[in-house]
Design a protein around this ligand. Structure first.
Ligand code: T5A
Length: 210
């Protein structure tokens, strides 16, 4: 094994630029000649991708908050067992577009599920596994939603009102304040190249030659 295998996650509200920054992360590790696994949540496995379809489609608008949260964690359990843990054990870095911080932000902040209930599921499903580094791409809600709207038709979450995303953003920022060593806030309101530069800076700073 080359060195420590990093579990890095990217978070942000819709249109923050996560997809673009996943590519920056990937390039950073590949330039060092180190193997990476790029993945996403909800999803990342065959079962997880099926669950993602259920969660994002408009066919289940009336889904209860408990069902929504359990489906997120069901996809996550499968993802951890089949992809994340085996990759880290084999010395491959794992780059993941969203993880459990999104559950705190969306199901917790957005929909009002108490954080301690999410924490209980987190402890049960993850058995202590948490990201080593999280990049929170912070963008004002109106900017993010305008970008997302230009890209594709809204999914079940993107149909929510702006206040929902304001609450999600606040939870992300609160979590970043309480875990400054893990969660780094990136100003994602700037042009894409500038955001990519900030991401690289954080990677150099935190991971450097590790
Ligand atoms: N969810 C997920 C939960 O509720 N709970 C959970 O536990 C988890 C894991 C799906 C949904 O699931 C919810 C959250 C989500 O609503 P997703 O597909 O990852 O998750 O989410 P989205 O946010 O819908 O993904 P997006 O593709 O909208 O966001 P990105 O990846 O942040 O945005 P990106 O990079 O595709 O950019 C969108 C557009 O904006 C432009 C891009 O070119 C693109 O066209 N753009 C910029 N333009 C100018 N300047 C910049 N800096 C730009 N950055 C991006």
């Amino acid at each position: 094994m080359l060195g420590r295998a990093w579990f890095v996650t990217i978070e942000g509200i819709e249109g923050a630029g996560k997809s673009t920054c996943m590519a920056v992360l990937r390039r950073f590790f590949e330039a060092r000649g180190e193997p990476v696994v790029s993945t996403r949540e909800p999803g990342g496995t065959e079962l997880g991708e099926r669950i993602r379809e259920l969660l994002l489609s408009h066919s289940h608008e009336g889904m209860t908050l408990k069902s929504e949260t359990l489906l997120m964690f069901a996809a996550r359990a499968e993802h951890l067992a089949q992809v994340i843990e085996p990759a880290l054990a084999a010395g491959r870095h794992v780059l993941c577009d969203r993880f459990t911080d999104a559950t705190y932000a969306y199901q917790g902040g957005g929909r009002g599920l108490p954080a301690d209930q999410i924490q209980r599921l987190e402890e049960w499903v993850q058995e202590g596994r948490r990201p080593d580094l999280t990049l929170f791409l912070d963008v004002p809600v109106d900017t993010g939603l305008a970008r997302a709207a230009q890209r594709s038709a809204p999914d079940r979450f993107e149909r929510e009102q702006a206040e929902f995303f304001e609450r999600a953003r606040r939870v992300y920022l609160d979590r970043a304040r309480s875990e400054p060593g893990r969660i780094h806030v990136i100003d994602a309101s700037q042009p894409l190249e500038a955001v990519a530069g900030l991401v690289e800076q954080v990677l150099q700073q935190v991971i450097g030659n590790d």
